[in-house]
Write a protein that binds this ligand. Sequence first.
Ligand SMILES: Nc1ncnc2c1ncn2[C@@H]1O[C@H](COP(=O)(O)OP(=O)(O)OP(=O)(O)O)[C@@H](O)[C@H]1O
Length: 544
Amino acid sequence: MPTAGAATGPCTPAASTPPAARRATLTEASAAVRLRLQGIRKVYPGVVANDDIDLSVSAGEIHAVLGENGAGKSTLMKMIYGVSRPSAGEIHWEGRRVDIASPAQARALGIGMVFQHFSLFETLTVTENVALALPDKPALDELASRIEAVSARYGLPVDPRRHVHALSVGERQRVEIIRCLLQDPKLLIMDEPTSVLTPPAVRKLFDTLRQLAAEGCSILYISHKLDEIQALCHTATVLRGGRVSGHCRPAEETPQSMARLMIGGELPVCEHSPADGRGELRLRLAGLSHASADPFGTDLRDIHLDVHAGEIVGIAGVSGNGQQELLQAISGEETIAEKFPVQICGVEAGRLNAARRRRLGLCFVPEERLGRGAVPSMSLADNAVLTAARNAALVRGGFLAYTRARRFASECIERFNVRCGGPQAVARSLSGGNLQKFIIGREILQTPRLLVCAQPTWGVDVGAAAFIRQAIIDLRNRGCAVLVISEELDELFEICDRIAVLAKGRLSPVRPIGETSIEDIGVWMSGMWPGAEGSGGEDDRAAA
Ligand SMILES: Nc1ncnc2c1ncn2[C@@H]1O[C@H](COP(=O)(O)OP(=O)(O)OP(=O)(O)O)[C@@H](O)[C@H]1O
């Protein structure tokens, strides 16, 4: 394990001169250290999550915190925001040693945090949601005016009177940011803020963050997307195995050099050759229409799609456009009224439950890992039994074979490099990315005939993402039919043979990946494809 003193230090100066404005910000920033962590350590039972961490952030500095899954990034942020307390070490805020006992105390100091998962009430308006977070509980009309003022000042358009359920994902994130900004933060912590945003929304968010930094706000930015860190962040601290493995200026690095700091080696590269022609039909959606069980969900409308053995078909689109409903309708978490609209491995399966569909050779990875993909309070071995009992022969004579379940979970942990305390570790003790690796591994090791995967590399570090993508490609090469639902266009273009877009509950035409472009698919994501409004299904039938 590297030591804290093994920091590589700032790298050689970049050949290109940084913009004058940014140089000014950084020069002023170095004069006023806002947050300083010294020797921070956090121990959970059996795990040293953070060890001897030093980190400083100045006024106006956008500082990235990088690291592999399980490196200790979220643990560190939670201590700064008062969600948990360090086991040892000191936190200094504006030159004074502080003990941050709660998020309320963090907010009182001027620390705001935008979490990866939104925490808004769908049935309330924007103003009502913001009011819940403010200590002084202002009158709603006055608050609505303040929201409008902040929204105009930082280019975060949102109507304070609208209900949250009617907002897009990007708008919801703006509400979260506005809620923080209304408390005049001096430090804003952002935990993977772009995972749910479209590329234009990411650009807009970066404009806002740069403006905030120019006004003196410090920003701690966690992300696995190295290109975004390069575009946005002035400085970075890299964690590995809970300790600091290096500091750098991202603009002076390459994604490869930053990845080396993170993983201590070279980034794996995916080997993807085109499919060797399609095999038998494994999934057919034949005019699938289904009303969402969620009152704020999206109904599926007349979806036609074929997926064959030996191919990977990608479904692009911003989540909230029917992605969850589609996965549930295919997996059997939601049965539908008719049998024929969902056909799995030649069987009309619309009315079959999830267990019976799995028996046909279907495995699936839902978007939400905790709750749907894994039961948080259960061990990894028990979570393996939940979906792999039959395919991995974890039941014998009607009884659970615990030794086999542990062995299967151990194989998953080893093959997919899941950092955890072993097969008995409870699911919720794993970092997000490590749990994702376990769930993907559990499904792939069952050698399914059809794999349906939502957001396979969501929250996963660059090295692990490449590994997972390669595992999916290898599965295809062994004859599995794969359907991947993802918001990451780069990812879909890297691994898929054909691609379509799901927007407003409708599916676009399906195109071979070589006959379309990221730009075209980006436009289709708003629902604007040739012959939209009802012709997507017919087109797909023609393409299939
Ligand atoms: N409540 C907890 N109980 C036990 N172990 C924990 C707990 N929270 C985190 N850990 C462990 O601490 C380590 C660091 O986890 P953390 O969530 O901080 O990583 P991370 O860098 O944010 O990872 P990711 O990129 O996957 O989100 C991991 O080994 C994790 O399993």
